[in-house]
Ligand binder design. Structure first.
Ligand SMILES: *Cc1c(COP(=O)(O)O)cnc(C)c1O
Length: 389
């Protein structure tokens, strides 16, 4: 019997990777600037994100979560009761953002190779009320995004990309968010970059960008310009529903440091770890990896497909070894609030029983990945032996 793994040997599924530089940036805002709300630091973060993406700065709208980004985007492009096609296999944030805008999420199947939206299935679910499609770039993979935009164009739909996993990822060489209709990023604690909590909408639609800038601050018109100049509006006008969704200077300061660390530190590390997983796991029986192009994608998570009904056994086995795993995600159509399984999505439900996410974060070491893969290999070898015996 192996003894309980010590705390030092525990391998975490994901974690925030922040340090002295982020702490200094926060201290600078607190001690030197002293203005903790939305101001110059947020403006700088937006400008730096825009420069990174290669878009004009007024097309990037920072908010206080990825969910807020999605909610504002959906609310701006739909009327209450209109439908948004979205894969069921996504974080509940995608669905809450849609229903929170009083639109209807219409759960769709995913493709088994990539876990991205199945457009043929989405096509069958079109109605006269369909207004938008929300592809989720699962684990950073945007899938066939041209096909999504062709589908949207031919049916007159808006596209809101849930790019929460896909910061810094590319599609055919172009960064996600640098083209297309609307892309929403998350900067929560464990995403490709973090601002503690935070998110951003990036859109090519200048009118939408103007509307969202106001909507994130209670709909107060043109308040952003005032606040970036260290002022406030007193004689203001409001013409739309708005929210308290703006980002704080304190959090933007963290995000700015993370953005500088992303290209040389976080992105290559995530890609190298994912390549190592692929090399080590490719030949094993009854486990499979999903298609992704690691020349384009900076993976946010490392999903594995475990066949033959062995997912839970492998999950328990790895837990015993001090290796934390996850299941991304419980399909939304099974949640009570979204119908509790009234709609059946057979492939999504099958995948849900097979999915297992392995640890992935920039502080994970090669030897930790090797240890994880050794344990998975031992598990599969044991089961093979049993089957042969
Ligand atoms: C993290 C995440 C979100 C929401 O982002 P928050 O910043 O946590 O609100 C939305 N969609 C997906 C797929 C996510 O993983």
């Amino acid at each position: 019997m192996s003894s309980q793994p010590s705390k030092e040997n525990k391998i975490r599924l994901g974690k925030s990777v922040v340090g002295a530089a982020e702490a200094q940036a926060v201290a600078r805002v607190l001690l030197e600037d002293g203005y903790l709300g939305m101001g110059a630091e947020v403006q700088a973060f937006e400008a730096e994100l825009a420069a990174f993406l290669g878009v004009p700065p007024e097309r990037v709208i920072c908010v206080n979560s990825g969910t807020a980004a999605l909610h504002l985007a959906v609310e701006a492009v739909t009327q209450p009761g209109e439908e948004v096609l979205v894969q069921s296999l996504t974080y509940v944030a995608s669905f809450q953002a849609i229903s929170g805008a009083r639109a209807m999420p219409v759960p769709c199947e995913v493709l088994p190779e990539t876990l991205t939206l199945d457009l043929e299935d989405a096509h069958r679910r079109l109605t006269p009320r369909t207004r938008a499609v929300m592809p989720v770039h699962f684990a950073g993979n945007p899938g066939d995004l041209d096909a999504v935009y062709d589908f949207a164009r031919s049916h007159g739909l808006r596209v809101i990309e849930d790019a929460a996993h896909a910061f810094g990822c590319r599609y055919q060489g172009r960064l996600i968010g640098s083209f297309g209709d609307v892309a929403c990023f998350s900067f929560d604690g464990i995403k490709n970059i973090t601002s503690g909590e935070g998110g951003a909408v990036v859109t090519a639609d200048a009118a939408l960008a103007r509307r969202l800038r106001d909507a994130r601050l209670l709909g107060v018109e043109r308040d952003t310009q005032k606040r970036y100049a260290g002022q406030r509006s007193w004689e203001f006008e409001v013409t739309h529903q708005g929210y308290r969704y703006h980002l704080s200077n304190v959090l933007a300061a963290i995000g700015r440091v993370q953005l500088t660390r992303f290209p040389k530190e976080f992105a290559p590390r995530r890609v190298a770890l994912a390549r190592l997983y692929r090399r080590r796991l490719a030949e094993l029986p009854f486990v499979g990896l999903f298609d992704t192009d690691l020349d384009q994608v900076v993976p946010h998570i490392q999903p594995l497909r475990v066949l033959e009904g062995r997912r839970d056994a492998l999950r328990d086995f790895l837990a015993q070894e001090g290796i934390e795993t996850g299941v991304h995600y419980r399909p939304n159509h099974l949640l009570k609030f979204y119908g509790g399984g009234q709609v059946r999505l057979p492939l999504t439900e099958q995948l849900y029983s097979e999915l297992l996410s392995l640890p992935l974060h920039p502080e994970l070491t090669d030897s930790e990945v090797n240890r994880i893969c050794d344990r998975i290999a031992a598990f599969t070898a044991d089961r093979q032996k049993e089957a042969g015996a």
